[in-house]
Design a protein around this ligand. Sequence first.
Ligand code: G6P
Length: 478
Amino acid sequence: MDKAQILIASNRGPVSFSTADDGSLEPRRGGGGLVSGMMSVAGEIDSIWVCAALSDADRRAAAEAPGARLDRSHDLDGMRVHMLDIPAETFRDAYTGVANSTLWFVQHMLYDTPNKPSFGTEFRRTWEGYTAYNEAFAEALLSGAAEGAKVAVQDYHLALVPRILRTRRPDLRIAHFSHTPWAPPEYFRMLPDDIARELLSGMLGADHLGFLSPRWADAFLRCCHEILRADVDFRRRTVEYGSRVVEVGVHALGADEESLRESASDPLVEVRRATLQEAVGDTRLIVRVDRTELSKNIVRGLEAYRELLRTRPEWRGRVTHLAFAYPSRGDVPEYREYTDSVLRTAKEINEEFATAEWTPLILEVNDDYPRSLASFQLADVLLVNPIRDGMNLVAKEGPVLSERDSVLVLSREAGAADELGKHALLVNPYDTVETAEALHRALSMPAEERRRRRERLAEAAVALPPRRWFQDQLRSLG
Ligand code: G6P
């Protein structure tokens, strides 16, 4: 591999492949802040993105052109993408076993603790996969990094990478960024002691550790203090560990206004909008858009809507709830069960309230991005009520595209509440009565107040564009 000055590593890469009818590979660019942020520097400096091959087509692409330079026709601005073909079992243990079924659950505090978790021999086996997966990433980064290169490692999948890099290549400047919340030590230490320490000390191999909210950064510092007994300066946000001082920084991430508006100008958005408009008629519209993800709290959101219809009968026949709950992580049994309870609750609501002329709730489970964008335009109320969320970009993208001054009902437990809290209606995500009241307040809000709040939300939402977010992280490496 030719060496690069800037490297990024993440499980899911900026591009995925599918096989076309004629057998050729078709690349598709992914979305999200990381991709836009990275692309903002990709054209200017030689860079490599190391990621995992996630499908058979990805694996073929990895084999045919390792470290392929994806050209402008793939809209990737000449960045080299190096896809790792990780053995299937190792990948499953690392991604589904440790990352999604354990670390995600810990950071979002999702366990039903009388029953789970239980860290037995099966967990120890998957942990070996996680270690091997982290080593494979580290190897690829080591062979691609020029002398003194900057390496930006992303998320809980790759917590061990910074330390491996540091040990083998002290010349590198290493950042690690967490896109999730971080759990307080009282919760984090449910992990076996040696594993908790390995995760923390693995990350502390970096020069700079980034988080989306001061809450997550401070929880991480407390874990370092209480679990590693490291010397922590809470005011400066530094950790002294071994003989090094590691900086911890907060880098919030905003909506990518330019790419959002560009996506929204796709004619398909207009088509979806007309279809939605016809389905909801002249009723007011409460919208939610999520992956069907345990932390997104979809069931309690539906219960809050049911509570609204029960306690405020004046809204019956005058409001529609559009809930988009897109498939996610079907390999994890808890996600499959959760999807069933979302479907069940939705069905109950329609059975309780639907009339010949009115469908109170429209739940869609097939992923359709243009339709999501159209729903942002049409929403009167946007409901974002996660029980815990690193940031939540729906809360930021909705107000940018809103054409009806939608009111944001937002969980106080989302990182986005830091920037949007003043202009949204904040709720305790566990409290369905309070959430129902907030929906009522949002639906009843005078036009002038809606307009004012929506303008401020949109302003705050784009104040930290992905370009700046990513460049801040690079800058923090000197
Ligand atoms: C969300 C989280 C990220 C995480 C990603 C993984 O976007 O905010 O922290 O890396 O999900 O999702 P995936 O579908 O790749 O498991």
